[in-house]
Write a new protein. Structure first.
Lengths: 204, 204
């Protein structure tokens, strides 16, 4: 899997979930399908009067989530910015051309209440629970950054093997220290809780 | 439409999007299908080692989003709380019994790394973009509260009819003052932006 394939999968899913943080600090989510895809960016349309638009203009932080027909989860973490004023009309028209149903929602000139945001720098997480062991990987596009997640085993490890026994995905291998196969790890925390010498630490 | 029907529709969708606010203030979302439904509550399973669990234990704020096969959006805003310690095992076993695939992810006793949260007091928003005019309604369950959203026309209205002309969903009707049919309003903000006397206000 790679970032480009993930973007293509998002496009196949079509209706994606866009999460933001409300101005009151609460989680906010909505379904968006008014999206134009390129090989390295994602443009989406919303209306200036929506809370969603205010939240994006506030800090741009957005997480885009999709669940594919193959039971894969794809999650994009990014900062959305409005496309430059001079390009707004062209972008709106492009999205409406690609998705004619939008003209039923915003007929005629009413599409001008819309605003198009673009997402370029992305962290893309791919997560598949339907294979055994489960599989996850992270990719970046543009200036997107990896964020450490999950658990690792430190030099405190005494090699007792407890973590191997209790890992639901059997993703821990013996060694000095023992090693977690990150691509198969659920991040469930069982090794972290059960290690008798606290040799498992959470990545931050 | 009503709250009970919305819950049934969520159950039909199966895999729902759960949004929270990360401890760093960023939006966080993931797909969850390990859910048990009753007529007035929703129980869901996650693992104690996941960021999701930490976020829920922090303030419990969650928004649950689904897109149905009939192109309806259903959004639940709620506070999730862990079920009492004495009921955890029963709840976990119930969810694993209803969804046998979970035993592939957490085989044997490893399910004990799980924790079940319950959501009882909900605001449920129903939004259908596929009908004309579009349709939205809000319901509550338990102690869930309505939150004012969208726009309304105040006594400043001079009856010029501009808002009627430019509403994408033609949901404004003449009157003193003119009136927005809230159940058909996109919340796009076009009337708010174009009213010549600023008679349209945002509900807060």
């Amino acid at each position: 899997m790679d970032a480009q394939t993930c973007l293509k999968k998002l496009q196949c899913v079509g209706v994606l979930n866009f999460s933001t943080v409300g101005l009151d600090g609460t989680p906010q989510a909505r379904c968006i399908s008014a999206i134009h895809y390129t090989s390295d960016a994602l443009y989406f349309f919303t209306a200036r009067g929506k809370e969603f638009c205010r939240e994006l203009l506030h800090d741009g932080q957005v997480q885009i989530l999709a669940y594919t027909r193959y039971k894969e989860m794809i999650r994009v973490s990014a900062k959305a910015v409005p496309v430059p004023e001079a390009e707004q009309k062209r972008c709106i028209d492009l999205i409406f051309q690609e998705q004619p149903y939008l003209s039923n929602v915003y007929p005629g000139a009413t599409r001008e209440i819309g605003i198009v945001f673009v997402v370029r720098d992305m962290r893309i997480e791919y997560f598949h629970l339907g294979v055994k062991p489960i599989f996850r990987e992270t990719y970046t596009l543009g200036k997107g950054k990896h964020t450490p997640k999950g658990y690792e085993i430190t030099g405190e490890c005494i090699g007792c093997g407890k973590c191997v026994q209790i890992c639901p995905q059997q993703c821990v291998a013996p060694g000095t220290p023992y090693h977690i196969a990150q691509e198969h790890c659920l991040h469930c925390g069982n090794c972290f809780e059960q290690c008798p010498v606290q040799a498992v630490t959470k990545k931050t």
